[in-house]
Ligand binder design. Structure first.
Ligand SMILES: Cc1ncc(COP(=O)(O)O)c(C=O)c1O
Length: 414
């Protein structure tokens, strides 16, 4: 069956793989097959080299010094903001706030915009496929404010039921928090349509783009959302760096979050005045190496082309799905109409943890567990799944290796 499926040559994957030094290593004596990209991606040499250059030639604190190195570091830091702005098609650099990651970006919105605007009796609407980081901050806000969190359900394929989503939007809905793509099921939400529906109801929208930015072209102005959050480490950048995009007017009207250096204009014991955007939300010494590494990663992705990456990953997802369905007793959890390159599955009679452990002996890295999305696991009446997630450097041969590995798992449990 698999032999008749021809690979779409959208990317020169062999060349790309040479850019990622870790992909050449062996794990447990076997060639590494890295299929855990939804958890974090590997880093290209260009990103590693950029960070080394920063520490070798440019290291200094930003925004505060008049000396040469501080100017160089500040210029690199602010140039990175422009790179991010262009990558997600924001209107202005002021709309790009650097955070620790998606989680921190969502918490920032919940705790500043949310605290200032959500009142008792108000509602926050999310969907059933959200990651814990797009559930818990809203639960915390609702508990504090006496508001209610509503959840739009999904069908058995993992598609959000749009009629139910629309029906849950009322004049009490203050904010809608939706994932661009699900890390647990792979579902790509029709976010533009959902944003328009939320706006019709007068709600503000935050999109959790942790699994959007690595796989899809992003144009925040076209989407029209008020906020968009993502993590660098899922798009070939270092850990500990992420972005909150916010429309300028809404960010401007929001109170600051953390207090400290850099987010102020002047401080006396009586009164503090706050800095302009985006610095108002960047208290303290930032993750300078992370910001610079993020720009290098986005430049790398742009040099390949996000459309070509998306096409390659789509091909891998389709191919791997077909091949996985050849495995006896394997069930794919999440068969949405539009999917990112994330495939969750169960294997009859085998706990996902055992699948992961046996595959690891073959050098194959997948993730097993609830994927920080326990409510959607409950929706499908399962405690956990195995999850293979593909990035720009993965190949059909690696999908084949996964299938062979799973056949070994079955032999062990037979
Ligand atoms: C859909 C989604 N949202 C949010 C997050 C949280 O990202 P981070 O841990 O980088 O803040 C993840 C991470 O797995 C994710 O997949």
């Amino acid at each position: 069956m698999s032999a008749v499926i021809r690979e779409q040559d959208t990317l020169d994957v062999a060349r790309i793989r040479r850019d990622f030094p870790i992909l050449g290593r062996k794990v447990r004596g076997k060639q590494l097959v890295y299929l855990d990209n939804a958890a974090t991606t590997q880093k290209p040499q260009a990103v590693i080299d950029r960070i080394v250059r920063y520490y070798t030639e440019e290291n200094s604190n930003v925004h505060r010094g008049v000396h040469y190195l501080s100017e160089v570091a500040t210029a690199a830091y602010e140039a990175a903001r422009t790179t991010v702005k262009k990558f997600i098609h924001a209107r202005d650099e002021k709309e790009i706030v650097f955070t620790r990651g998606t989680t921190e970006a969502i918490n920032l919105v919940a705790q500043t915009w949310g605290r200032a605007n959500v009142e008792p009796g108000d509602e926050v609407l999310i969907t059933a496929i959200e990651h814990h980081s797009n559930i818990v901050p809203w639960q915390m806000l609702c508990a504090e404010k006496g508001a209610t969190m509503r959840v739009a359900p999904v069908n058995d394929a993992g598609d959000v039921l749009l009629d139910e989503f629309r029906a849950l939007l009322t004049d009490r809905t203050k904010i809608v928090a939706i994932g661009h793509a699900s890390n647990a099921l792979g579902t790509i939400n029709p976010v533009k349509q959902m944003i328009a529906m939320a706006h019709d109801a007068g709600a503000v929208v935050i999109v959790d783009g942790a699994q959007g930015v690595p796989h899809l072209p992003i144009d925040v102005q076209d989407l029209g959302c008020e906020f968009y959050a993502f993590s660098g480490h899922k798009v070939y950048a270092p850990t500990g760096i992420g972005v909150l995009y916010g429309k300028e007017a809404i960010l401007d009207a929001m109170p600051p979050w953390q207090g400290g250096g850099d987010m102020i204009l002047s401080v006396t014991f009586e009164k503090t005045t706050y800095n302009a955007l985006p610095y108002k939300f960047e208290a303290g010494t930032p993750n300078i190496e992370g910001v610079i590494g993020l720009a290098a990663a986005l430049d790398y992705v742009s040099s390949i082309g996000i459309e070509a990456i998306a096409a390659h990953e789509h091909d891998l997802e389709r191919y791997a799905t077909r091949r996985l369905l050849e495995v006896e007793g394997l069930k794919i959890i999440g068969t949405a109409k539009s999917k990112a390159s994330v495939i969750s599955f169960t294997l009859e009679g085998v706990h996902p943890h055992d699948i992961g452990t046996i595959l690891d002996q073959e050098g194959i890295a997948i993730r097993t567990g609830h994927h920080c999305a326990q409510p959607i696991m409950m929706r499908f009446n399962i405690p956990a799944t195995g999850r293979a997630s593909f990035g720009l450097y993965n190949t059909r041969e690696e999908a084949d290796a996964l299938v062979s590995g799973l056949k070994k798992v079955i032999e062990v449990f037979r």
